[in-house]
Design a binder for this molecule. Structure first.
Ligand code: 3PG
Length: 306
């Protein structure tokens, strides 16, 4: 059996060593396709793969058509909007993610970027502190929960909105549940986005919500660029010169925004949230173990397609 690890943005070498060990100990063969720039390379490599481990790599019907022996795709990470689930189901391929494995890394980056924003991108002028400021967490999944934990250390007042999460989970974490989306934006100095990119959430954060934010508000996006209504956000930043936007997901209009809103926006050049050795090891090895559990024992605990 062949397990292909195809990562346009590679894991740390130490994580690849760990993945190799899990795969080879199970008696399977590991093939690595890293930093590929040509999709044809992925289509060729996947042809005789029984399992595929990916990150944000796109797996659509074309890839699935080319992968005649494929039984399972594990997205080493949380968001699986890069995988065509319906096509995978139609090809009888199981799709899994590795929830929680890279969430601390993303949560730490939220604070890296938030501090940078409130200190005026380190331009030498007086900024503000996070202590006693209000943080609103938009979606209280694994990343949101880690963000809440770290925010407590900063001395922030934390609230969260998540229709899929019971209030009790929030209150036990010392977080105030919010049920009204507008209030989440209107009542917080910093709002951190952790919603997945789904049909329901795409383009859902734009002018109407962002302009509700109080003076000096900071919107932090370590989720997906697709959840933002970019023209609406641009309009909001144009109208409200006190607002800032920092994102781990470069917007389509990044260059124009960097020019027009210089000093008020920051974008990582490549998605960096999960780019730590620890997150790579956790997510990569979890993915390898899930592949082995599926191929050897038929266990599909983390399946996300029907
Ligand atoms: C995730 O959904 O797990 C994160 O966005 C990380 O994505 P990456 O593996 O492409 O860095």
């Amino acid at each position: 059996m062949k397990v292909l690890v195809a990562t346009e943005k590679p894991f740390a070498a130490v994580a690849v060593d760990g993945i190799r060990q899990v795969i080879e100990e199970a008696g399977y063969e590991l093939e690595l396709l890293e930093k590929y720039t040509d999709r044809a390379d992925l289509l060729a490599a996947v042809a005789d793969a029984d399992a595929l481990i990916i990150r944000s790599d796109k797996v659509d019907a074309e890839v699935l058509d080319a992968a005649k022996q494929l039984k399972i795709v594990v997205r080493a990470g949380a968001g699986y909007d890069n995988v065509d689930l319906a096509a995978a189901t139609a090809h009888d391929v199981c799709v899994e993610n590795t929830p929680g494995q890279n969430s601390n890394a993303v949560a730490e980056l939220v604070f890296g970027m938030t501090v940078m924003a409130v200190r005026n991108m380190y331009n030498g002028t007086s900024g503000t502190e996070l202590k006693d400021k209000r943080l609103g967490i938009h979606a209280f999944g694994q990343v949101g929960r880690n963000v809440a934990r770290i925010a407590k250390g900063f001395g922030m007042e934390v609230s969260a909105l998540d229709p899929y999460c019971p209030d009790q989970v929030m209150t036990e974490a010392g977080v105030t549940p919010v049920h009204d989306l507008k209030s989440l934006y209107a009542d917080n100095d910093v709002v951190s986005l952790h919603i997945p990119a789904t049909a329901e959430t795409k383009g859902s954060v734009g002018y109407d919500l962002v302009t509700l934010m109080p003076k000096g508000g900071v919107l932090v996006n370590t989720a997906r660029k697709e959840v933002i209504d970019e023209p609406g956000l641009i309009e909001a930043l144009r109208e409200r010169k006190d607002l800032k936007y920092v994102a781990d997901v470069r917007p389509d209009a990044a260059e124009e925004m960097e020019k027009e809103f210089a000093g008020r926006v920051f974008f990582t050049p490549k998605k960096m949230g999960a780019q730590t050795a620890e997150a790579n090891i956790n997510a990569g090895i979890a993915a390898a173990r899930q592949v082995v559990a599926f191929l050897r024992d038929g266990i599909d605990r983390f399946r996300v397609n029907k």
